[in-house]
Design a protein around this ligand. Structure first.
Ligand SMILES: C[S@@+](CC[C@H](N)C(=O)[O-])C[C@H]1O[C@@H](n2cnc3c(N)ncnc32)[C@H](O)[C@@H]1O
Length: 290
């Protein structure tokens, strides 16, 4: 697929993963894409489907909704993210519980439900996306608990999840570490992270005080940053707040309780895909990104 090739043009990996287990192969996962499944059980007529799609000003997720119709015309980033992360799933999901933070129209939630996940909770703060998720859920006749909720209020949740999906959300948060710590509290095994990042570049450098109280010195630091976005300078989108580099993402994940990390994978140079786990014997294959 041309789009996939374009997205993977600057793909690179580094740093070996820290756990081993053999799970879903890339070939197996490719046969489990939403688009390659049979017609959704509750597909509407062609006219009703098109009218519902057009009733929303904007779609971010490309989801197959029957009669040859997708919610978006062109392949989208989340499909590439899914292709990269799906092989890390265990061969049988066996009712795995999933929390999809910033679930949008529910692409990941539906995929995991169709593959055999048990409890799937999706939280989404934008009402139109929440409504899209509810509609797609009905079309696919899957039991997903979507909640119109801000990720900053995860502290009100007490449930536990095997997998937390945190894709395309970190840089939209005013307080990303607070949310990551809450996800660390709710997650029992693994988190999938995908985010905008400061690209890896040896020229990156900040001079900042480092050292002990008595020995503090302004020092050149080459990693471990997060850039504040005050306005709409990233993508013309005022809902963006912070762009971290890879080291910063990994450091925040460690602070949130995650200990084991996959190799980082870069899509389009400035998007990071990473798997982090709390467990050395995780059900997920962190080497899937190698
Ligand atoms: C770039 S999209 C990513 C959607 C999906 N997770 C994916 O990777 O394809 C960001 C999503 O996060 C949602 N979002 C942004 N800030 C949020 C917040 N504070 N709480 C919950 N959802 C949020 C947006 O409304 C949007 O649906």
């Amino acid at each position: 697929m041309q789009f996939t090739k374009r997205l993977f043009g600057t793909f690179k990996t580094s740093a070996p993963a820290t756990t081993t287990s053999v799970n879903v192969t890339k070939e197996e996962s490719a046969s489990k894409q939403l688009g390659s499944l049979a017609e959704p059980p509750n597909a509407l007529s062609r006219e009703e489907t098109l009218s519902l799609i057009r009733s929303f000003p904007f779609w971010y997720h490309r989801i197959y909704v029957g009669n040859g119709i997708y919610t978006l015309d062109n392949p989208a980033l989340h499909e590439v993210v899914w292709q990269k992360l799906c092989p890390s799933l265990p061969r049988a999901l066996d009712g795995m519980s999933v929390l999809d933070v910033g679930c949008n129209a529910g692409f990941f939630s539906i995929q995991l439900k169709l593959l055999g996940a048990g409890k799937v909770v999706g939280i989404e703060s934008w009402e139109d996306y929440y409504k899209q998720a509810e509609w797609c859920k009905k079309i696919w006749n899957v039991d997903i608990d979507y909640r119109l909720q801000d990720a900053h209020s995860l502290d009100t949740m007490q449930e536990k999840f095997d997998l937390v999906i945190f894709a395309g959300v970190l840089y939209h948060l005013k307080n990303p570490l607070q949310v990551l710590e809450q996800m660390g509290r709710l997650c029992e095994d693994t988190i999938w992270v995908e985010t905008e990042i400061i690209p890896e570049d040896p020229r990156n450098c900040l001079y900042v005080g480092q050292g002990t109280y008595k020995g503090i010195r302004v020092t050149a630091c080459h990693k471990g940053f997060m850039k504040f976005i005050e306005g709409d300078e990233l993508n013309g989108d005022p809902s963006n707040w912070w762009v971290p580099d890879t080291e910063c993402v990994i450091g925040m994940l460690r602070t949130a309780g995650f200990k084991y990390f996959s190799a980082p994978v870069y899509v389009m140079e400035r998007r990071l895909i990473l798997i982090a786990s709390k467990k050395s014997d995780s059900r997920f294959n962190l080497r899937a990104l190698d």
